[in-house]
Design a protein around this ligand. Structure first.
Ligand code: KIV
Ligand code: ZN
Length: 400
């Protein structure tokens, strides 16, 4: 793997599915997995085979049908889980077991009731057992961002000694801030023996709205796998959003100097599919894939975009799979966008018509906040403002 390559590990079907109300059936999961394959993600975490027969079936089905990306299954550090995961992934062309065990004091004390030595022994034994079935083994130190650095170093060295090939440092509860998380990754890179023999991975939750920022900060310190989900769905406030982290790396290559394998032109359709199968709407102003992400309403912006899109767009809509940007008519729109809208919808665009209609349109939208372009279109058709019609009258008042 090139040193400037960031692997994209998609966990929409596992952590994403842990969003309240987002559970998917096997058929839907397979559909999403097929789109993730087109998107060219490096790893698809298809589920947690030991958690339910449905999850086992989904992982097994995806493993036998999707042959591009590596297919991963989540597993606790328990013999039964490991065997079940190996069984679910037996037909995969390329498979990975993703073992996890919590390492923070609070999780050890209240959830696991395990000492530090017991955690180290348990993870060592699990990785050793997993080696009998898998070449590709990821170990996650759950709640790593609230684990002491000294213990995290021990955990990391134990994972590497036991045979893990990817070491994941999750911010399980979304507690980290970019400087803190970056420093943690830097510490591990500098202090853990043989760290350069494995892929260092990050997995951030969005409780403080920092999942993408934290992931990018970690990548800046040498993490080379980012775990993320389409639309950022996931437990509580969700996970790092795949489309955001990928487009940040892509758009700011000047800053990061890093690459992913993602076909960014599939991002919009992936977002739409995940929203459709989970029933979770995409926030209108969501970065990259929200309805407003490439829409401009302000007149000054619209004029700029018509002259040269780069005045107000840092990405091309086509790069994420949208046909074009959208100049939305509204209270703040200018005459240039209004003229383009008339022309695109087949109406007259003589200077007189545009001036007349625009003045009335502005008065109308000032008074009616719920203006809809569809109503304007109906009105103009009724009043014969169509390009081919010569009977239009400029004295007709605009009252939708
Ligand atoms: O958030 C988390 O810690 C996880 C692990 C299982 C990787 O999802
Ligand atoms: Zn998680």
């Amino acid at each position: 793997m090139a040193t400037n390559q960031v692997l994209i590990f998609d966990t929409t079907l596992r952590d994403g599915e842990q969003s309240p109300g987002a559970s998917m059936g096997v058929k839907e999961k397979l559909e999403v997995a097929a789109l993730l394959e087109q998107l060219n993600v490096d790893v698809i975490e298809a589920g947690f085979p030991a958690s339910s027969p449905g999850d086992f079936k989904a992982v097994e089905t995806i493993a036998s049908s999707i042959k591009g990306p590596t297919i991963a299954g989540l597993s606790r550090c328990k013999k039964d889980d490991i065997l079940r995961t190996a069984d679910a992934l037996k037909d995969a062309k390329s498979s990975r077991i993703h073992l996890f065990l919590a390492t923070s004091d609070i999780h050890r004390k209240y959830k696991l009731c395990m000492s530090k030595d017991e955690v180290l022994q348990s993870m060592y034994d699990a990785i050793t057992l997993a080696k009998q079935y898998f070449d590709d083994i990821e170990f996650s130190a759950e709640d790593a961002s609230r684990t002491s650095l000294e213990f995290l170093k021990e955990v990391s060295e134990t994972a590497i000694d036991a045979g893990a090939t990817t070491l994941n440092i999750p911010d399980t509860v979304g507690f980290a801030v970019p400087e803190h998380y970056a420093a943690m990754i830097r510490y591990l890179k500098e202090q853990v023996s043989r760290i350069d023999e494995i892929v260092l991975s990050v997995h951030c939750h969005n409780d403080l709205g920092l999942a993408v920022a934290n992931s990018l900060a970690a990548v800046g310190q040498g993490a080379r796998q980012v775990e993320c989900t389409i639309n950022g769905i996931g437990e509580r406030a969700g996970n790092c959003a795949l489309e955001e982290v990928v487009m940040a790396l892509h758009t700011r290559k000047d800053h990061f100097g890093l690459e992913t394998n993602i076909d960014t032109t599939k991002l919009y359709s992936a977002s739409q599919l995940v929203s459709a199968v989970t029933g979770l709407d995409v926030q209108r102003n969501k970065a990259i894939v929200g309805q407003n992400a490439f829409a401009h309403e302000a007149g000054i912006h619209q004029h700029g975009v018509l002259m040269n899109p780069e005045t107000y767009e840092i990405m091309k809509p086509e790069d994420v799979g949208l046909a074009q940007n959208q100049l939305v008519l509204g209270k703040h729109s200018g005459k240039h966008a209004f003229r383009r809208w008339l022309s695109q919808h087949g109406f007259l665009t003589t200077d007189d018509t545009v001036r007349f209609l625009f003045d009335h349109f502005k008065t109308f939208v000032d008074q009616n906040h719920k203006f809809a372009e569809a109503d304007l279109e109906i009105y103009l058709r009724e009043k014969n403002f169509l390009r081919h019609s010569l009977s239009s009258t400029l004295s007709t008042p605009l009252s939708l």
